[in-house]
Design a protein around this ligand. Structure first.
Ligand code: NAD
Ligand code: MG
Length: 394
């Protein structure tokens, strides 16, 4: 029996992970499931899968969780520290699918025990790439990428030498607003940005797809996980979302990973790695697809991609600042405080000011410094968002 825990179990990736585990119930011992405010879902899954412990991120929800689990034998716990402690429980495999920088600490705690970390939480690599990779190495723990593009690249590299790689091409659907005229983008509403054409994902990553902040995070994630130079990493718009990534080698060969837009493929690959097992994903009918389209990923339309290049060059604590500013800007957009295009402005200004004052590129990448820059950048981004919101309504 494989001992598994799922962090962010109530979210989109978490639910897809539980779907695969439930289909092969006898193969797994479920250790910990964590969630946020959706106690119904968390308790229902924890009981059905007979988890050892269920943890909510919110201390004020502990009583509700306890009541929901009464008599089931599943322990209840709450709060960020309880989530981190759940990562200390012995397990063979952990799914890191909390959204945002909150996913970093539990992942790091699991790595310290040598646990295999299936990493959907891209923010971990963006905020703390060098630290996370070094910790994995130090403790002999393996990280398996779950972001679909990175899983595709990882699969394309099986049996290859990274030195032979010339380029990595990450595809982007272009998100909900990809066909909108440039001059209308500023007026996009929350509902507009949430209407993703291909993928069914959590709200935050869906909005990040429309702004291309998701792709920006993924470029940085590629740089950190595969340790390739920024110049070797490209993004291309591919509206069908069937090719997830391509790896180009020094002999000119370009290997593409193609499959339906269903996260259970990348999750299942990480769950069964290094084996391949049957997965309940649709099989493509190539004749029916007929055409695969590609368009340049224009930095004028999606300035987040330009910012990602800056972050990849700065490195150090630039990723922690970039991600924190992005999360704050996204909060402000969801709250209706700032417009769609102002998100990028908030991130750019936060990055500029923090680089000028704190020297992000030359700082030591320790967990304390990462958390400090994350905190500072959020405060700065909130201030900048308020200023820009005021400026735009004047
Ligand atoms: P989601 O919003 O659907 O779920 C997020 C999960 O995290 C929920 O269980 C929620 O309760 C929990 N959570 C939220 N804030 C928390 C906090 N502060 N502390 C503890 N738990 C918290 O998100 P998702 O779409 O499943 O994405 C999860 C991660 O996977 C993100 O990093 C995302 O970028 C990445 N990812 C998602 C997809 C996808 O298809 N959904 C694809 C690739 C990568
Ligand atoms: Mg992705």
């Amino acid at each position: 029996m494989k001992r598994v825990s799922v962090f962010g179990a109530t979210g989109s990736i978490g639910q897809n992970t539980l779907d695969l585990i439930a289909r092969d119930r006898d193969a797994y011992d479920v250790v910990a499931l964590t969630g946020g405010g959706n106690i119904d879902q968390l308790s229902k899954d924890a009981k059905a899968l007979q988890a050892e412990v269920a943890v909510t991120a919110y201390p004020e929800k502990l009583d509700e969780l306890r009541n929901a689990l009464a008599g089931s034998g599943v322990e209840a716990a709450a709060g960020p520290e309880a989530i981190a402690e759940a990562a200390d429980r012995p397990a063979d495999w952990i799914m890191s699918a909390i959204v945002g920088a909150a996913g970093l600490v539990p992942g790091l705690r699991a790595l310290r025990h040598g646990t295999t970390l299936a990493l959907a939480n891209k923010e971990s690599l963006v905020t703390a790439g060098p630290h996370l990779m070094a910790e994995a190495k130090r403790h002999g723990a393996r990280i398996l990428p779950v972001d679909s593009e990175h899983s595709a690249v990882f699969q394309g590299l099986v049996g290859e030498n990274i030195e032979d790689v010339e380029r990595i091409v990450i595809t982007a659907s272009g998100g909900a607003l990809r066909d909108w005229p440039l001059e209308q983008l500023g007026a996009a509403t929350l509902a507009d940005a949430c209407a993703h054409p291909n993928w069914d994902m959590g709200q935050r990553i869906t909005i990040d797809s429309a702004s291309m902040f998701n792709k920006a995070l993924e470029l940085i994630e590629t740089r950190e996980f595969f340790d390739v130079a920024p110049e070797q990493i490209e993004a291309v718009v591919h509206p069908q979302s069937l090719i997830h990534a391509l790896v180009g080698f020094r002999d000119g060969a370009l290997m593409a990973h193609i499959g339906p837009p269903d996260m259970r493929h990348a999750i299942g690959y990480a769950l069964h790695w290094p084996d391949r097992k049957h997965l309940p994903v649709a099989r493509l009918d190539l004749a029916q697809i007929a055409t695969l389209e590609f368009r340049p990923a224009c930095e004028k339309r999606w300035p987040a991609l330009r910012l990602a290049r800056e972050v990849m060059h700065l490195r150090g604590l630039a990723g922690a600042c970039f991600n924190a500013a992005k999360e704050s800007a996204l909060d402000a957009f969801i709250a209706g405080q700032i417009g769609f295009l102002t998100m990028t402005e908030v991130v750019e200004r936060t990055l500029e000011q923090t680089q000028a004052r704190e020297g992000l590129d030359s700082a030591t990448v320790s967990l304390d410094n990462i958390l400090a820059v994350d905190h500072l950048s959020r405060i700065r981004a909130v201030e900048i968002a308020a200023q820009l919101a005021g400026a735009h309504t004047d």
